[in-house]
Design a binder for this molecule. Structure first.
Ligand code: PT1
Length: 267
């Protein structure tokens, strides 16, 4: 899953997709589409489009702002590329419009906390990723605390899966994600990575997002743009532990890791 972040954000490549000669952040459609086609050429099967920055310390955006960032890009990708479009949002309005524009996968870091979003998933028949987070992006790294992070993540995801099933969403439409870096200390993140095989108990595809995160930088001491090697090491571990979908900025390198891991797994 390749990432396209439509936020004025130095963490990923979002800032590079900004219109030139424009003081306010506005998405350059040509640049965004060209980035999407590169990701697909590198082997991405999903493109995850996000208009709300959710990394630690990020501020909330208005629904209008989120819509104006993501919808034109979804339309453009839908009309020109053969790839599953994922929308990274928790907003029911954004989900509805994104589905109308061609998104087939909802990536909700709040695991459908808004009951309206459950109805939308059920009625539209799209698939959804349910992710674990403790707290909210603005403050989640200030006081992460667990008795047992793996148990709590597993319990939370199990509960959210059950809510979805009880609401009539098909099991085959669900994906789970432990939410690396979302209200978790460095130690919590590595405990979760080590115990990732336990998530297989839920019998659902597992998505992981590790790419360039502080759980890598916290070990390597490198800035965001020098975390690829560390990211691939952690990705390999996740793949061997049962991860099925890898959310990544560096798609070519990630696809190589997946191919090598697959060759290893069938040897
Ligand atoms: C993720 C994810 C996501 N991550 C899913 N969606 C982000 N399903 C956005 C840091 O510690 O893992 N899974 N959408 C990006 N969020 C973060 C979080 C970025 C933490 C950076 C950090 O550096």
């Amino acid at each position: 899953m390749g990432v396209i972040n439509l936020t004025p954000d130095s963490f990923s490549d979002g800032a590079q997709l900004k219109k030139d000669n424009c003081s306010k952040f506005e998405v350059d459609l040509v640049k965004a589409l060209s980035r999407a086609s590169t990701l697909v050429a590198e082997g991405a099967l999903f493109i995850d489009i996000g208009g709300e920055s959710t990394r630690p310390g990020a501020e909330a955006v208005s629904t209008q702002e989120e819509l104006s960032r993501v919808i034109p890009v979804i339309e453009a990708i839908h009309s020109s590329l053969d790839v599953c479009i994922s929308i990274d949002t928790s907003s029911p309005e954004v989900m509805l419009e994104a589905i109308g524009a061609g998104a087939e996968f909802i990536n909700d870091i709040r695991a459908l906390a808004n009951p309206q979003t459950i109805e939308i998933i059920k009625d539209s028949g799209v698939a959804v990723c349910l992710m674990h987070m403790q707290g909210e992006p603005g403050t989640m790294q200030k006081s992460a605390s667990y008795d047992d992070v793996t148990e709590e993540v597993l319990n939370f995801l199990g509960e959210r899966v059950q809510v979805c099933l009880d609401s009539g969403i098909g099991r085959s439409h669900l994906v789970i994600d432990p939410g690396f870096g979302f209200g978790k200390s460095l130690q919590h993140n590595y405990q979760l990575l080590k115990n990732l095989p336990r998530l297989q108990e839920l019998n659902l595809p597992i998505l992981v997002g590790i790419s360039r995160k502080s759980m890598i930088g916290g070990i390597t001491g490198t800035p965001v743009d020098e975390r690829l090697a560390g990211t691939i090491a952690a990705t390999t571990h996740a793949l061997l532990s049962g991860a099925n979908i890898v959310r990544a900025h560096d798609v070519a390198a990630t696809v190589d890791a997946i191919r090598v891991n697959s060759a290893f797994s069938v040897a």
